[in-house]
Design a protein. Structure first.
Length: 365
């Protein structure tokens, strides 16, 4: 998903932000300066469009959490240091992991057409790999949803069936021939969720829970379904409706489904990304597929963005955006440097670019 705030740091906008304005440096770096991290976060909450911000930083020498701004608009209550939040498109990495596990079990061929498993669902040329890598050409269904807050208010509590979301996309022609371009489309992971359900014979959320959440003891992470609330401590996100601030924290996340509905914490996301990138969740063959890029998709593997910072540091991870929340999950391949971050939106948007780049520069460069 991707609806404003901090330029809505989805995988696509992350590519743009990390390839401009980050200082060049050597790959050998000193310990992260917490003061610089805090200054960048404070800038994001003062002029970057974020009301509140929480982050978890690891640099191999130290681990710390930091926060800035406030949890609610008309309160001085601070953002919880390990509060829960909507992770948006980071959900995709969980779903891709499940499909890669199924590939390792011989239950799905990544290069087979989706039509083999779900006949008639989408164009017969599109493969499982193309869905996971955003090279399918499927129209992004969220582009047809109302992005104006006043219009979105009319559907914020609506239940969406995944095939209803898919139908928005398939009612339009493919954007390009499958496998010829990369273009970020939430529709791909609606298809991925339906594939998980077909291959496992259970709701995709049960597969995520049984295969990832329970084994890793991610007790503060959930797939909420139609639940409009965020359980436990959390900061609130806002936007302006007809010029007045409106709390957009409570929504029915089925509008994002397997493309972006999950709720988590920075601690749980840190546990997940370390387990995933260190090979604890996938067999060796599928581990190689996870961050494999191509000429067509040079910065995106199968559910992971793969980036080289201007300073030379390679990072993998994913970003996410959903009304009220913008998230980031990034790590170096060796897990020595990691950043998990959640920003809640202020009713007045801002310019996050300089502060966001300063934050990435300090953590990874």
């Amino acid at each position: 998903m991707g609806i404003r705030l901090v330029a809505t740091v989805t995988a696509a906008s992350l590519l743009a932000l990390t390839t401009a304005g980050v200082a060049s440096a050597g790959t050998e770096t000193a310990s992260v300066d917490r003061k610089v991290v805090q200054q960048a976060m404070d800038q994001l909450t003062s002029s970057g469009g974020a009301l509140g911000l929480q982050a978890r930083v690891t640099d191999g020498r130290q681990r710390f959490t930091a926060r800035s701004g406030k949890a609610e608009l008309d309160s001085d209550k601070p953002v919880p240091l390990d509060g829960r939040f909507r992770v948006g498109s980071i959900t995709k990495t969980f779903v891709s992991t499940v499909l890669l596990q199924l590939a390792g079990e011989g239950k799905v061929d990544l290069d087979a057409p989706v039509d083999r498993y779900l006949p008639g669902l989408i164009d017969k040329q599109i493969t499982v790999r193309q869905v996971l890598q955003h090279t399918s050409g499927l129209y992004n269904y969220t582009s047809a949803l109302p992005l104006d807050p006043a219009e979105f208010e009319k559907i914020r509590y609506k239940h969406w069936d995944p095939k209803e979301l898919l139908a928005i996309s398939t009612s339009k022609p493919l954007d390009f021939a499958p496998g010829t371009k990369w273009s970020y489309s939430n529709t791909n992971y609606i298809v991925a969720g339906l594939l998980v359900e077909k291959l496992t014979g259970r709701p995709y959320e049960r597969a995520v829970e049984q295969r990832i959440l329970k084994p890793l003891h991610l007790n503060d992470t959930e797939v909420p379904g139609d639940s409009v609330n965020i359980k436990g401590p959390h900061a609130h996100g806002y936007w302006a409706v007809n010029g007045k601030p409106s709390d957009i924290t409570r929504i029915n996340p089925s509008v994002a489904w397997a493309a972006g509905e999950m709720v988590s914490t920075t601690k749980d996301l840190d546990t997940f990304i370390v387990a995933l990138t260190s090979g604890k969740l996938l067999k060796p063959a599928q581990q190689k597929e996870l961050d494999k890029t191509t000429e067509v998709s040079p910065n995106y593997g199968l559910g992971l963005a793969v980036l080289t910072m201007p300073c030379g540091t390679k990072v993998v991870g994913h970003g996410g955006g959903i009304p009220g929340y913008s998230t980031e999950l990034l790590t170096t391949p060796d897990n020595k440097k990691r950043l998990e971050m959640s920003a809640t939106s202020a009713p007045v948007p801002g310019d996050p670019g300089q502060a966001y780049n300063a934050l990435l520069n300090e953590v990874f460069c």
